[in-house]
Design a protein around this ligand. Sequence first.
Ligand SMILES: [Zn+2]
Length: 260
Amino acid sequence: MHARTLLGTVALATAVSACSAHETASAGGSLQPGRRTNPTNTTTAPPTAAPGGAGSSGHRPSPPPAATQSPTTPHNATPDTPAARAARYVFPVRNCPTSYAHAHHDYPATDIFATRGCAFVAVTAGRVDEVSDADTWSARTNLGAARGGLSVSIIGDDGVRYYGSHLSSLTAGIAAGSPVQAGQLLGAVGDSGDAKGVGTHVHFGISWPGRAQDWWVRRGELYPWPYLDSWRTGGTRTPAPAVTSLRTQRGQEPSCTVDC
Ligand SMILES: [Zn+2]
């Protein structure tokens, strides 16, 4: 991402709005066909505050500042559980230039731009929660549950759910329930779902584990970039406390209020 700041910014301007445009309609939270859920994971996760600003207004938020060089504070992790304290984190896209902004349209998430086929990896050790192995999105219906196209969610040993979508393929053997290690290959960067025409990227979301049908939670509740900045530079900042407190504020199953 470092090398592509300018390009990334341009791409982001497009993508942020495009993503937004697509990630719009759809009443109800029907499950995406092709989605596989791990029935064993459903609750959990601990506490605290959302970093970052509020979601942008409307559908076409102004393109955020180029994200790339934010120096980071890798050591200011605020773990609140033994698992979180012990967790190891890695940046979710490996061995490829990437770019991302410190902003996202409408709700907390980060779009990490990278070339098609780049490795999307598990950010920490845990277990696969859900996979969507079929791209059923259509512009006509724009169902919320289908906007991610091919995606993988894991629940880290830190109790946090991590979601990556718009993949071009999933790694063989990655299925709901599979244990994963930090850095393990989950899939490849692409533009499936409503990312078509936007530029290949991973939409990365951080949330607490919850019901499969609550796609608006899975897509992101906590701004990821403070953690991405840390992991990108070898830091181990954990989102676990922030996720826990955010869940306390929002409730385990908040209803969809934006881009629904
Ligand atoms: Zn996005």
